[in-house]
Design a protein around this ligand. Structure first.
Ligand code: GLC
Length: 438
């Protein structure tokens, strides 16, 4: 067994830390302007202008089974869908609002179809639910709100009541956790207690756990779905830390206690979460694989995002990115599922990463750059029973104690194990060598 122990949390994280790889899905009205899911805030779009998206929303090519098939093929084991994002539009048939998908031309409960289809493919089902709501009449105007620059913003806040909004959230979370079967992840987003206005906006306050009445909200969720995994973004710590749009360089630790924690990096294929037509910063295939490997090699999960088009399908760039994962995971998933950071005694050589199976028996060497002829592994002499490339199960020969080269003994060391690898890189973005430990 590997030796890492993480801080205890209330949810059932055992499956989560085995499965490692999930799909984030950001879908909403913002897929129509197709220039970032924060567009209503960024462009300070008033309600009546934003309404045209509601009016014409119709993802007629949406097919939940197709989404699920692509997620599964990519090697993803769970998914998290935005049931409501900051714009406030609900993808489910809520009885507490008219601002919902069943009132659009589309007319169907997309959350229901998603949950059924993903479950049918054997994937676990998660819900993202935005704490922020730029449509709800009781959500007070703050520094993120689209109305923040209105001269009468302060007056507009009169009569807005966050207590009523907190009740609305509890009502909707009750619907989400009651009407859609077993839900494995609940992903709240997000708190900003320190983002207070300045100058003539000094009255604008950030929002955090007290505004959401987070304690009650969380207790409700736990009561309805006891084993569910919940993120920490209500402002009250739950099961998972969620570094976003950056790559941690070590296993994430608890700030106060220093304990290792369960963490899940969330990342995008390109710069935004919602479908962004003209955004060009699509990550390279190598980078996509490296991000997954880097994450698992530091004991984390990767939640990789897709922003479907407003017609309801994954555009060709997203499909291509998913295919990169599908091709790699098809032959290398053993180095990801049920794997974690390698024991501290194993340090990966330059341009490589290690992952290790949770039972401790297999070590996976991921080659980010493909070296010539030999890979020297210190600390592994006498410990490896058999070595092979993972993608094709072909043997990798090795010597121990020294590196034999034309009768000459090059670097030596009792602890040294030297892998002999072919001069040509296997046809695999990041080749993996599987080391069966004694
Ligand atoms: C953010 C953004 C958001 C996105 C989320 C995903 O905090 O507000 O648009 O949904 O991160 O992690």
């Amino acid at each position: 067994m590997t030796s890492y122990v993480t801080r205890k949390t209330p949810g059932d994280t055992a499956w989560f830390t085995r499965d490692r790889f999930g799909m984030f899905i950001h879908f909403g009205l913002y897929a129509m302007p197709a220039r970032h899911e924060w567009i209503k805030s960024y462009e300070r779009i008033p309600e009546d202008k934003y309404d045209k998206y509601f009016k014409y929303f119709n993802p007629d090519l949406f097919d939940a089974r197709e989404w699920a098939r692509q997620a599964k093929a990519a090697g993803m084991k769970y998914a998290v869908l935005t049931t409501k994002h900051h714009e406030g539009f609900c993808l489910f048939d809520s009885q507490y609002t008219d601002y919902k998908i069943t009132n659009t031309a589309f007319g169907r409960d997309l959350v229901k179809e998603y949950a059924d289809a993903f479950r049918a493919e054997g994937l676990r089902v998660g819900f993202y639910y935005s704490l922020i709501d730029w449509h709800h009449p009781d959500f007070t105007i703050d520094m993120h709100h689209p109305r923040r620059d209105d001269p009468d913003a302060l007056q507009q806040n009169e009569g807005r009541d966050m207590r009523r909004y907190a009740q609305y959230m509890r009502d909707q979370v009750t619907e989400l956790l009651t009407n859609y079967g077993k839900i494995d992840v609940l992903w709240f987003d997000f708190s900003y207690p320190d983002l207070n206005g300045t100058g003539d906006k000094a009255w604008m306050k950030g929002k955090g756990k007290d505004d959401w009445e987070a304690e009650e909200l969380l207790a409700l969720a736990r009561r309805l779905q006891p084993g569910i995994i919940i993120d920490n973004r209500t402002g009250i710590e739950q099961d998972i830390f969620t570094p976003e749009q950056f790559q941690p360089t070590e296993w994430v630790r608890h700030k106060e206690t220093g304990e290792l924690v369960n963490w899940e990096a969330c990342q995008t294929f390109s710069g935004s979460w919602g479908y962004y037509r003209d955004e060009q910063t699509w990550k390279s295939p190598e980078m996509l694989i490296r991000m997954l490997v880097n994450t698992v090699s530091l004991g984390g999960n990767l939640l990789m995002n897709v922003g479907p088009t407003s017609r309801g399908y994954f555009d060709h760039r997203a499909e291509a990115a998913l295919k990169v994962y599908a091709d790699w995971m098809k032959v290398n998933s053993r180095a990801i599922y049920g794997c974690t950071m390698a024991e501290p005694e194993f340090t990966a050589p330059a341009d490589c990463r290690f992952t290790q199976s949770l039972d401790g028996k297999r070590l996976y060497l991921h080659l980010f750059a493909y070296p010539f002829a030999h890979i020297q592994l210190h600390g592994l002499a006498g410990k490896v029973d058999y070595a092979q490339f993972l993608h094709d199960g072909s043997e990798v020969l090795f010597s121990e104690g020294k590196m034999e080269h034309f009768g000459e003994a090059l670097p030596e060391g009792d602890d040294l194990l030297v892998l002999n690898i072919p001069p040509v890189k296997p046809d695999c973005l990041v080749p993996v060598i599987e080391l069966f430990l004694k």
